[in-house]
Write a protein that binds this ligand. Structure first.
Ligand SMILES: Nc1ncnc2c1ncn2[C@@H]1O[C@H](COP(=O)(O)OP(=O)(O)OP(=O)(O)O)[C@@H](O)[C@H]1O
Length: 367
């Protein structure tokens, strides 16, 4: 799959822009704040119905304007697909595929798979477990249309069960049948999510290992591990065991909402013991594994967006990465960088043609 062109109207710092892309490597170069990342974000929006960096739609509209429009033509399985997205302040966003509006946005997710690698991804390592679950959930949702629905259902059951514990704290009594129903609902959907996450991690971890070893030439021992309370104990049993604790804390303290991805380097937590470059390499390996996982499940190549990728990677890793994504199984690529000469020199060295776009204060020129 590849994106042939994009048109923006009042999107972030772009008043009006139309760009035609190359099927292989596209690089946006320009000064800080020029609007390079905004272009990647517009592509992300078209593919996944939201910005990568900021979930609030109205903040993507150009200051002092009332609406933004993004339109793009994709080549997907050798068919042209026109995707249009419009957001007006205080109104529901509109998303159309070949002029037909979607009934629900979730139907669009996964049709145009995409992987973004950005400096902001460090929160996957540094923030709480929620970020790591979000990463895992995002990948699975792009390949499994029922997964997102199941997650929504689980969270609804969790809210109900938590509300019951808050009620118990006030009234000091409860209806055991109601708790039994809530437990059953939670177990049913929790087990489905657990099975999908477990299978996903089985497929995903070898891909991750392969990319990390490639990038670092086997020099560093890292590991990625899926942790869930459900691995050792059936969910019903966990709920029964934690009932007194749940009553005291007035919420459900066990379940798949406590799942974690454990990142280590030479047996120690990556967050505390990994250098910035090692953390970045870890994140890149995670994202490249995501790319391959999506490709294997979709049967075609996702888009790969690399935002400010060269920062913090040493020359050797940078060359290895660019050689990998340009020569092997990766399709259309979008890169941002402040250094025009650096991009040209790098791709020249690995003998890969690159289509360069110069970005200056919200306007783009084919360089
Ligand atoms: N809703 C908006 N309306 C107008 N301008 C916006 C809006 N949102 C962001 N911007 C502007 O977009 C610019 C940032 O663009 P972007 O993040 O794409 O820069 P960049 O070229 O990637 O820079 P860097 O090299 O620093 O990463 C800022 O000047 C910011 O003020």
């Amino acid at each position: 799959m590849w994106l042939k062109n994009i048109t923006l109207l009042n999107f972030k710092n772009y008043a009006d822009a139309s760009i035609s892309f190359s099927k292989t490597v596209n690089a946006f170069v320009g000064n800080n704040g020029a609007g390079k990342t905004n272009l990647l974000d517009a592509i992300h929006y078209l593919c996944l119905c939201k910005g990568y960096f900021n979930p609030i739609d109205s903040q993507q509209i150009k200051t002092a304007e009332d609406l933004f429009l993004i339109q793009g033509d994709f080549d997907r399985k050798e068919k042209n697909e026109k995707i249009t997205c419009g957001v007006k302040r205080n109104q529901k966003k509109q998303f159309k595929r070949n002029k037909k509006e979607y009934d629900k946005l979730a139907d669009h997710i996964g049709l145009f798979p995409l992987v973004m690698i950005s400096p902001y991804d460090t929160n996957i390592i540094t923030d709480g477990s929620e970020e790591r679950r979000r990463f895992m959930d995002n990948v699975i949702s792009q390949t499994d249309t029922h997964y997102l629905d199941e997650l929504i259902l689980y969270n609804r059951h969790l809210l109900n069960r938590n509300a019951l514990f808050k009620q118990i704290a006030i009234t000091r009594s409860y209806d055991p049948t109601l708790l039994e129903i809530y437990n059953e609902q939670l177990v049913q959907s929790g087990m489905k999510i657990f099975a999908k996450r477990k299978q996903f991690m089985l497929d995903f971890i070898p891909l991750f290992d392969k990319y990390y070893q490639f990038l670092t030439e086997d020099n560093e021992q890292v590991s990625l591990q899926y942790q869930s309370q459900l691995i050792d104990t059936p969910f019903e049993q966990l709920l029964a065991q934690s009932i007194e604790k749940d009553k005291i804390l007035e919420r459900t303290t066990t379940g798949i909402h406590k799942d974690e991805l454990l990142f280590t380097i030479t047996g120690m937590p990556l967050k505390k013991f990994g250098s910035q470059g090692q953390q970045k390499s870890f994140l890149i390996a995670l994202k490249l594994a995501q790319y391959t996982y999506l490709q294997e499940h979709k049967g075609f190549k996702p888009l790969l967006l690399l935002d400010d990728i060269f920062d913090k990677l040493d020359d050797r890793r940078m060359h290895k990465l660019m050689e990998l994504v340009s020569h092997q199984d990766f399709g259309q690529i979008f890169i941002t960088d402040t250094g025009r000469e650096r991009v040209l020199a790098l791709f020249n060295k690995i003998n890969v043609p690159v289509t360069l776009f110069e970005v200056i204060n919200g306007s783009v020129n084919h360089a």
